[in-house]
Design a binder for this molecule. Structure first.
Ligand code: NAD
Length: 489
């Protein structure tokens, strides 16, 4: 049984319009659930509930707010098997990835911010004698969180963890495609002791519910993960009340393999970098830059690995790659392969739906490797699928030019045994995160976010707590003489 209604002010309610959104399993297109649809008026109700809850929640002892999040982390672990299956059915994540990545990361993020709640503190500024100037970090108010479909469970924890720990209340809108795990989190949060109204979940379409969150005058901050195009509309819509905006947008991660790299590690790591979650990751290493001396051997091994990836029903523990999350998205990914073909790029491996008739009704695509010119569309635009483009380079300068040659700047990686080169290249890469001899590492303590068209602001760590608080400076005159600017009496 999954929750299929909206969660507003601590109550499970239908949307005012009575409309519902059908949620499908991307493995075979079957209907999993029909969920109440939130429209603008429902968002307004949720914001009213969140605003009413804020005055109390912000005054809770920080440690007590933390205890609720710690308890929620425990409950997520207790319900890990059920949540992993829900996420797998909703998104197409292979169950083994949901179990070993999504679930532990979600629990650990809530636990990290639960622990952070009473350790995040203000400061005292050494100002002129006679004054005490202290700085407190205050919650902002109602946070609107808009989440995409690629990692719904994890992103819910990335946004709610710091927002709630800091004393904000929240209205979260999961993607209309994948709302189920977020609704379940709301149930578990209630069981963990979260007061009514502190967390509200509105499932709705972007153009209605999402847009209302972005423009709502009583929302203090919007945190958005999604495409760069929608990120721009969020910024525009935020201008009415000048709300704070935090944008985690797309990426086109460069993954650079130098001639001195450990090739076995680089081949395996580069496959994980791009094919994990069917490539539907903003930090995917979707551009593979190979030094010309190792390109031949690397590609032989890499394409063999890609062709051997077990694509299939994500509920099967042996499956290494599931379906893309929706038919519309699979068509979009395929359209990029058509563009690549039109521009004269070469598909080295994959590029089709798998031949297995059991997968015929699902949104499947083989792991795909394309040799493309760096300025071609498939090498510049985010495909967000199991598709990697390959370029070769002759020296470090050329590698850097290609790596930094898109408008995005989220994650990037490099493989080398040369320590100086690793640091030099990491310094010069235009990216929010760099992995050396690894790829796609995330941790709740390490800031996550991008530069350029990948957005601004950071999830995770102390950086996230800054994002969800504002500094207030308080000046106390202890024994200072007030200079006589206006000498009277
Ligand atoms: P999307 O931008 O279409 O949708 C994201 C969310 O925004 C959804 O909840 C959607 O309903 C909502 N939305 C759509 N239109 C809206 C509008 N006008 N106003 C307000 N909300 C609106 O993106 P998507 O297709 O769901 O997700 C894939 C994209 O997300 C990719 O581009 C990917 O790179 C990006 N992404 C970025 C990160 C990151 O951390 N940087 C992480 C994951 C995904």
């Amino acid at each position: 049984m999954v929750q299929t209604r909206l969660f507003i002010g601590g109550q499970w309610v239908d949307g005012a319009s009575g409309a519902t959104i059908d949620v499908h399993d991307p493995h075979d297109g079957s209907l999993i659930a029909s969920v109440a649809e939130a429209r603008e008026v429902d968002v307004d109700r949720a914001v009213t509930a969140a605003a009413a809850a804020f005055d109390d929640w912000r005054q809770w002892r920080a440690a007590d707010r933390g205890r609720v999040l710690l308890r929620l982390a425990d409950l997520i672990e207790e319900h890990a098997a059920e949540l992993a299956l829900l996420e797998t059915r909703d998104t197409g994540h292979p169950i083994r990835d949901a179990q070993r990545l999504d679930l532990p990361r979600t629990a650990e993020t809530f636990r990290y911010f639960g622990g952070m709640a009473d350790k995040y503190q203000g400061s005292v500024v050494p100002v002129e004698r006679g004054f005490l100037d202290y700085v407190v970090r205050e919650p902002l108010g109602v946070v609107g969180a808009i989440v995409p479909w690629n990692f719904p469970l994890m992103f819910t924890s990335w946004k709610l963890g710091p927002a709630l720990a800091a004393g904000n209340t929240a209205v979260i809108k999961p993607s209309e495609l994948t709302p189920l795990s977020t609704l379940r989190i709301a149930e578990l949060a209630t069981e963990a002791g979260l007061p009514a109204g502190v967390l509200n979940v509105v499932v709705g379409y972007g153009a209605t519910a999402g847009a209302r969150i972005a423009e709502h005058p009583d929302i203090a901050k919007v945190t958005f993960t999604g495409s760069t195009a929608i990120g721009r509309t969020i910024v525009a819509a935020s201008q009415g009340n000048l709300k704070r905006v935090h944008l985690e947008l797309g990426g086109k991660g460069a993954n650079v393999v130098f001639e001195d790299a450990d090739l076995t590690a680089a081949v395996n790591g580069s496959a994980f970098a791009v094919f994990h979650n069917q490539g539907q990751a903003c930090i995917a290493g979707s551009r593979l830059l190979l030094h010309k001396d190792i390109a031949g051997e690397f590609l032989e091994r890499f394409t063999a690995l890609a062709a051997s990836i077990a694509v299939g029903d994500p509920k099967d523990p042996a499956t290494e790659m599931g379906p893309l999350t929706s038919p519309g998205h699979r068509d979009r990914v395929l359209s990029f392969l058509k563009v690549a073909d039109d521009e004269g790029d070469t598909i080295l491996s994959g590029g089709r739906a798998p031949a297995d008739p059991l997968l015929a009704d699902g949104c499947y695509l083989e792991p795909t490797v394309v040799r493309a010119a760096p300025d071609h569309r498939i090498a510049q635009e985010e495909v967000f699928g199991p598709v990697v483009v390959v370029h070769t380079f002759g020296d470090e300068d050329q590698a850097l030019r290609i790596a930094n040659g898109t408008d995005y700047g989220l994650g990037a990686g490099l493989w080398t045994r040369d320590l100086s080169r690793a640091h030099r290249f990491a310094r010069d890469l235009r990216a929010g995160m760099v992995w050396v001899n690894s790829y796609k590492r995330v941790n709740p303590g390490s800031p996550f976010g991008g530069v350029g068209l990948s957005g601004y602001g950071r999830e995770m760590g102390f950086e996230a707590m800054h994002e969800y608080t504002e500094a207030k400076a308080v000046w106390i005159n202890i024994d200072a003489d007030i200079p006589p600017f206006y000498p009277r009496g």
